[in-house]
Design a protein around this ligand. Structure first.
Ligand code: NAP
Length: 638
């Protein structure tokens, strides 16, 4: 990309070229912001509430042209008048938010969205005020963070900013977590990058949804820029953390790369180990007998050239749907064993690079970046939640409400358009469970098109066993292959495993859970004082949003808990049993109302008893509100 001229230097051609590549709803709100005149968003041109519409919010091509024509003189005037935006009153900003979402919403919601929009440069996730802490108290206090992936880096940065001593233990050789480990072909983020980034570290992303190397580089550079790398001990794995009741501290046993173990001490521990990094292999008879290369998507063996090979893929989840189309381009054949088809949400720009004109707008035109991020945030988070929520009166199979049914129609139409209803494949790829029952895949058609290739076959006959030559199905079909790839997901429900976490009563947490992992707010645990987790039980998002948003809420809350220890000169904090139990009852009731809680859906979100252990069933707004600060009535401080 060429160097971008700033607004004052930009000639009319530059403006015109940029406007030609603008997202129209983003451009419209930006223009209101620059001129102070809301008439443009009060016209007959409206954004569609359909969140799967394109980057122009479903605005017709002729209306797009009208807006572009109006935009050029307005931006030229703004440039020529010195580029000073007009302050807007609250009411107009609310109107702009409602215009962009295409819907009316209650005022509490608008407050939340306004904060997410962060127009006034107030940090979206304000940290607890720690200025009043006695500096001597800080000298004796330290936090040990486990993991240097997305949430561990974030925790370290926020602890450092708060002036709290910390160290980070990371099992890998570098930062990045899931983005360090998952290197399979086609790996890329499935939340828009402008929302899948820390609120305090925006980036001029090359793509709307960037590939894995770009994400890894982002986390590496943030760790470097915020100068936390020297506090990270790499190639070291935490084996056990045990609370010492007498000393009121955690003793953490770590194994270093050479095999040595040592015990570290910390006043508090934050587990930021993620969920999607320990491969889960299925339990299929004959596994291990296949004589060709065999590997898991999360441990891709790049040394094998798949050109001209007969590749067998097991699984059709978020990983397989990304690597299979690329493998199919070079392999002789790809046979995919599908147990359950995924729902696929259309996203036209999924593989697109951000064009130069839109880069210019994002970097040079005031407010365009904020409104762009906000538009992405809405379309892929709160905007989708209603269609994943059950209506008790609804009794059509395959959907759980009218909105969910409409979503089903829209996604089915997408499959019909690409695969064709007459194609036998169509019957295989349209799920019978409600949309949003599992993680929906975001795609621009690449997956369905790959499945229609002559060298690709989707087999739905269940696998009976694996042999040295391939896979035998239950109906007796023998599928031979040269390479076997497992796209079968991760050991997500085994939270924090294989670490052992021993609480103040000497009980190890997995034993206490007995297959039913639970936390209070997903972050704290009775009997485990000063122990916190990020991305713990019931903090995963299915349809609604970026997990970085959630992690920022969690780190703010955890720092709020730690602040209580330091400000109040307390030694330990843990949730009460009552708060823990009522929180979990509330979560369980909530999950039963959601598509992913439906009894006919099997997914990694549920445990062996069918309980949803992974997901937050409510809105981002509710989590954001509840994580402003810990409610001390729900905690015991000592
Ligand atoms: P996954 O979504 O759990 O998918 C595993 C697949 O393997 C499913 O299709 C599953 O079928 C199938 N499977 C498991 N055991 C099987 C068996 N015995 N026989 C046949 N099929 C079997 O795993 P994933 O694709 O690795 O994704 C995991 C999560 O990682 C995602 O939900 C997402 O949150 C995240 N992810 C994100 C991205 C991204 O773009 N950012 C990319 C990859 C992954 P069933 O559905 O029937 O169980």
């Amino acid at each position: 990309m060429n160097a971008l001229p700033d607004l004052a230097q930009a000639d009319d051609e530059t403006l015109q070229a940029a406007i030609a590549e603008a997202s129209i709803p983003t451009l419209m709100n930006t223009l209101v912001h620059l001129t102070g005149d809301p008439s443009m968003i009060r016209s007959d041109i409206k954004v569609s509430p359909n969140v799967f519409a394109d980057n122009h919010g479903g605005i017709s091509p002729s209306d797009q042209t009208r807006i572009r024509e109006q935009a050029l003189p307005l931006i030229k005037a703004f440039r020529d008048n010195g580029g000073e935006p007009v302050p807007l009153d609250e009411g107009i900003i609310r109107e702009m938010i409602q215009f962009m979402t295409g819907m009316e919403m209650e005022s509490g919601y608008v407050d939340f969205l306004q904060s997410e929009l962060s127009l006034d440069d107030v940090a979206a996730f304000e940290q607890p005020a720690l200025e009043t802490i006695d500096r001597d108290r800080l000298k004796d206090f330290s936090v040990l963070v486990i993991g240097a992936g997305m949430s561990g880096i974030l925790t370290a940065i926020k602890l450092k900013e708060a002036g709290i001593a910390y160290s980070v233990i990371e099992k890998n050789a570098d930062v990045g977590g899931t983005w360090f480990q998952n290197t399979y072909p086609g790996c890329r983020v499935d939340s828009p990058n402008h929302t899948y980034s820390y609120s305090f570290a925006p980036r001029d992303w090359p793509n709307y949804y960037s590939p894995q190397p770009v994400l890894l580089e982002y986390f590496q550079s943030v760790a470097k820029d915020y100068d936390i790398r020297d506090k990270i001990q790499f190639d070291t794995e935490v084996e056990r953390a045990e609370y010492d009741v007498t000393a009121k501290c955690w003793r953490v046993t770590v194994r270093e790369s050479g095999g040595n173990t040592k015990v570290l001490e910390a006043n508090a521990v934050v587990s930021a180990v993620g969920q999607l990094n320990r491969p889960r292999y299925p339990d299929i008879p004959g596994m291990g007998s296949f004589k060709g290369p065999t590997f898991h998507s999360g441990e891709w063996e790049h040394q094998h050239d798949l050109s001209g090979k007969r590749v067998i893929v097991i699984g059709t989840g978020a990983s397989a749907f990304q690597f299979t189309p690329i493998v199919a381009e070079k392999a002789d054949s790809v046979t995919i064993f599908q147990r359950t088809p995924p729902w696929v949400a259309p996203r036209a720009e999924y593989h697109d690079e951000i064009p130069e004109g839109e880069h210019w707008l994002l970097n040079q035109l005031p407010f365009y970046d904020a409104w762009f991020r906000f538009f992405q945030f809405w379309r892929t988070s709160e905007g989708v939640l209603a269609s994943a929520t059950r209506d008790e009166a609804w009794n059509e199979s395959g959907s759980i409400s009218h909105a969910n049914h409409m979503l089903r129609e829209l996604l089915t139409e997408n499959a019909r358009r690409i695969v064709g209803e007459e194609n036998e494949l169509f019957g295989k790829v349209v799920p019978d469970y409600p949309p949003a029952g599992k993680r929906m895949l975001v795609d621009n058609g690449t997956w369905y098109r790959a499945l229609t290739r002559d060298n690709v076959e989707v087999v739905t006959d269940p696998i009976a066993r694996i042999t040295q030559d391939g896979v035998v199905t239950e109906s007796g079909r023998n599928v031979e292959g040269d390479v076997l790839v497992y796209g079968t997901g991760f050991q997500a429900s085994n939270f924090m495993s294989p670490m052992q976490i021993v609480g103040r009563d000497g009980v190890e947490i997995h034993g206490r859970w007995d297959g039913e992992p639970r936390a209070y707010m997903g972050m704290t645990y009775p009997y485990y004082p000063n122990f916190f987790s990020i991305y713990g039980p019931n903090t995963n998002l299915v349809v609604n949003g970026s997990i970085i948003f959630f992690s920022e809420c969690q780190v703010r809350y955890i720092l709020g808990c730690i602040a209580q220890l330091l400000i109040g000169d307390q030694q330990s904090i843990e949730p009460t049993i009552e708060a823990f139990e009522s929180h979990n009852e509330w979560i369980d009731r909530g999950n039963l109302q959601m598509a992913w809680g439906s009894p006919n859906v099997r997914s990694w979100y549920k445990n062996a008893n069918g309980r949803v252990t992974q997901n937050w069933p409510f809105s981002l707004r509710e989590f954001w509100e509840k994580t402003h600060a810990p409610d001390l009535q729900h905690f015991m401080l000592e």
